[in-house]
Ligand binder design. Structure first.
Ligand SMILES: C[S@@+](CC[C@H](N)C(=O)[O-])C[C@H]1O[C@@H](n2cnc3c(N)ncnc32)[C@H](O)[C@@H]1O
Length: 263
């Protein structure tokens, strides 16, 4: 990265580049900030530099998003690169933060957490690993595994490259098991197999949580979609005593569940 930083004149620590400061001071009218705003902040150089780098970063992020998007659209992968949410307004949608919020509420602090079909481990890195003591992420996709290891890895995260059906899970080990944006990728028999994995690996008072898009029947990767919240609830009630569901239209119609205590 050092050569890349040098090529673009990007400071690697918190020190401002004097050349940048001089350039910006000479070209203040180029920054999309009003003179009034600048006066209000007494022309504070940190504020001015922050805004300058913010707008620069926004343009570069847009470029990164376009390249990543072009790359994946050629590959027809069945997982999503969640870094796009951070890179471009176009990929900013409330449903991805709601998904994280929903799962977070069911992770006890310092609990052990398993994410089935974790994809790029974006959620695990930014959210779940900040609440749980251990986060286990399992997915069979090599590209998402590579990205997860490269940009979303932390000491308390275990990133496993495997088919979820071919892995030996520890017994009654996890406080929370999640499968988000993925249960719709499986048929009826496989869904039962997932429930059996949860039955084996979840502690007695643990939570099984997740979300799934309400049926649209327009995604080639989706095998079994739930038509509505009631259908999802009835499915979970076959296995659990406590079943909480809700649904939300936020960019897309999403169905959420949180279940506890096996029948
Ligand atoms: C739409 S992505 C969701 C990923 C992640 N949960 C997220 O929120 O971004 C579906 C994921 O399921 C994974 N997957 C599908 N079948 C699988 C299997 N049998 N074993 C492991 N992973 C599987 C795919 O590799 C993909 O990463």
């Amino acid at each position: 990265m050092k050569k890349i930083y040098e090529r673009h004149n990007i400071p690697q620590n918190n020190t401002m580049l004097q050349e940048d400061v001089n350039f910006i001071i000479k070209n203040l009218n180029e920054l999309p900030i009003t003179q009034k705003e600048l006066e209000k902040r007494n022309g504070n150089i940190w504020f001015i530099m922050g805004e300058y780098y913010f707008y620069l970063g926004k343009e570069i992020n847009k470029l990164a998003a376009q390249c990543i998007d072009n790359g994946y659209s050629q590959m027809n992968e069945d997982w999503y690169d969640h870094r796009l949410h951070l890179l471009t307004d176009q990929a900013w949608s409330p449903f991805w933060t709601m998904s994280a919020d929903h799962v977070m509420r069911k992770i006890p602090s310092d609990g052990k957490f398993l994410n089935l079909c974790a994809g790029d481990c974006f959620y695990d890195y930014h959210y779940y690993s900040k609440q749980a003591s251990e986060v286990w992420c399992i997915d069979r996709n090599q590209t998402s595994n590579y990205i997860a290891n490269r940009v979303h890895k932390k000491e308390n995260m275990k990133i496993i490259l495997s088919d979820i059906f071919n892995y030996q899970y520890p017994e009654k080990y996890f406080d929370t098991i999640c499968i988000r944006g993925a249960i719709e990728h499986f048929n009826d028999k496989q869904m039962e197999d997932i429930i059996n994995i949860v039955k084996h690996a979840l502690k007695d008072n643990g939570w099984f949580v997740g979300d799934t898009p309400k049926a649209t029947h327009d995604c080639v990767h989706h095998i079994k979609e739930f038509e509505n919240e009631e259908e999802l609830k009835q499915f979970m009630l076959k296995y659990f005593r406590i079943v909480e569901t809700n649904s939300f239209k936020c960019g897309r119609d999403t169905l959420f569940w949180a279940c506890q205590t096996f029948i």
